[in-house]
Design a protein around this ligand. Structure first.
Ligand SMILES: NC(=O)c1ccc[n+]([C@@H]2O[C@H](COP(=O)([O-])OP(=O)(O)OC[C@H]3O[C@@H](n4cnc5c(N)ncnc54)[C@H](O)[C@@H]3O)[C@@H](O)[C@H]2O)c1
Length: 401
């Protein structure tokens, strides 16, 4: 059975690697460089080993392509393309639209179409289905379903196999076929009554994280103002065995999901005249955290950062990955530079970023730790500058939140 997976990024390639054990996978990506690399057996995604892609290619179970014509024999099509925000922070479905165009123009017999891209409730029913129909030269009765992706890049304890997967189709036949498709490589399938519930659940999961991270970030500022340790207070609260879940403060939120998905929920809420107050404010609190941190660093250093050499440690959005999408390090660096600091950064996992290279972990006036990879030694951080501010709570002996 042939399966086409549209988008070969974090989500699409991860699914491809799991699905190839059971199906013949056609990995479609509009980026020809990615396609060429994949066909050479080179994975560009952390957590997907090149050796595995090579193995599937050799066994004839995987092929990457950027030609829609190659897809037509597939009977299941999975959409895994980006759903970012526009420059004015509105949902941007242009990549989804382009994936729908590829599907509409290349599938003339009914197939099962599953959306894994994150979007607001109603996207499958009111956007994906009509858009595919718009681009189909003749009417085709495809089956439509949603199964939002929950992959957490860099995580080894939860993967495609053991992470519960929500799913629902526009019809009962679509729901049943979706269950059949995923049951080969996912042990825990959770059916919900409509695609809208699955779409909303995915957004709510990430909004829950965003709001709680904002709350703890605000609390870190309160604790500092009161002269008490935020970390000790959080540990104390966490001794309650029920009704509390511990989140830790940080320089903000990063990655493709937490800073973006809640805005999709807020946008659809406001379109339906429902409030999105917490969601909007949480986003602001998280974005303001970088400015707060730089202010604290400046205060500790005589009020001015003019001409000081500042080393930012860790520019990936979270530990042990090279992903810099929406990283809060970017805002920290921006605020440091706007105060006249001479900023370099150290992150051996990221290596190159925005035309700059990772600097040695040494010789700064000030070090600010934004993301702490396991490979970085605490002692080297403390030795890198006479003043170290740690936003992660992991460097003992440093100043911090
Ligand atoms: N990365 C995560 O941790 C994660 C987790 C859960 C859900 N999601 C969601 O999954 C979706 C995909 O995210 P991602 O992280 O895999 O993105 P990504 O940027 O890593 O990969 C997307 C890929 O799609 C390709 N692409 C873009 N438009 C295309 C088109 N029209 N046709 C074919 N290929 C196209 C890009 O070249 C890229 O390789 C998003 O909606 C995201 O919110 C991501």
């Amino acid at each position: 059975m042939k399966v086409a997976i549209i988008g070969q990024g974090y989500v699409g390639l991860t699914i491809s690697a799991f699905a190839a054990e059971h199906y013949e996978v056609l990995g479609f990506d509009s980026n020809s460089k990615i396609v060429n690399q994949l066909n050479l057996g080179k994975s560009h995604i952390e957590g997907v080993e090149s050796a595995l892609i090579t193995k599937w290619i050799k066994q004839g179970r995987y092929k990457a392509t950027n030609s829609g014509l190659d897809l037509s024999e597939a009977v299941v099509v999975v959409i895994a393309v980006p759903t970012p925000l526009t420059s004015d922070r509105k949902p941007d479905l242009s990549y989804v639209e382009s994936a729908c165009k590829t599907i509409g123009e290349n599938f003339f017999k009914p197939v099962l179409i599953i959306n894994e891209s994150t979007s607001f409730p109603g996207t499958l029913r009111n956007f994906i289905k009509p858009t595919i129909e718009k681009y189909s030269p003749n009417p085709v009765e495809h089956l439509y379903a949603i199964s939002p992706e929950r992959v957490d890049p860099g995580r080894s304890d939860f993967n495609q196999k053991n992470t519960p997967r929500l799913y629902s189709g526009l019809t009962s036949e679509a729901t049943a076929k979706t269950r059949e498709f995923y049951s080969k490589f996912c042990d825990n399938l959770v059916e919900v009554s409509s695609p809208e519930v699955a779409e909303a659940a995915k957004l709510f999961e990430n909004t829950f994280r965003q709001v709680n991270i904002a709350l703890v970030n605000e609390f870190a500022q309160i604790a500092h103002a009161l002269g008490i340790s935020v970390y000790e207070t959080l540990d104390a609260a966490n001794s309650k065995p029920y009704g509390f879940m511990k989140f830790t403060p940080s320089a903000g939120v990063g990655g493709h999901c937490i800073p973006v998905d809640p805005t999709y929920l807020a946008a659809v809420a406001e379109e339906h005249q429902a409030p999105a107050t917490f969601i909007r404010r949480a986003n602001e609190v998280n974005l303001e955290m970088s400015e707060y941190i730089v202010r604290r660093v400046a205060e500790d250093n005589g009020g001015s950062l003019q001409g000081k050499s500042v080393l930012v440690v860790g520019v990936a959005y979270k530990p042990n990955v090279a992903d810099v999408r929406e990283t809060s390090a970017e805002l920290v660096i921006k605020h440091l530079r706007s105060r006249g600091a001479v900023v370099s950064w150290h992150d051996d996992i990221v290596g190159d970023w925005k035309g700059e290279k990772s600097a040695p972990l040494a010789g700064a006036d000030i070090t600010v730790v934004v993301t702490m990879h396991d490979s970085v030694d605490e002692k080297n951080i403390l030795a890198s500058a006479p003043y170290v501010f740690d936003t992660t709570g992991k460097v003992k002996g440093a100043k911090g939140l």
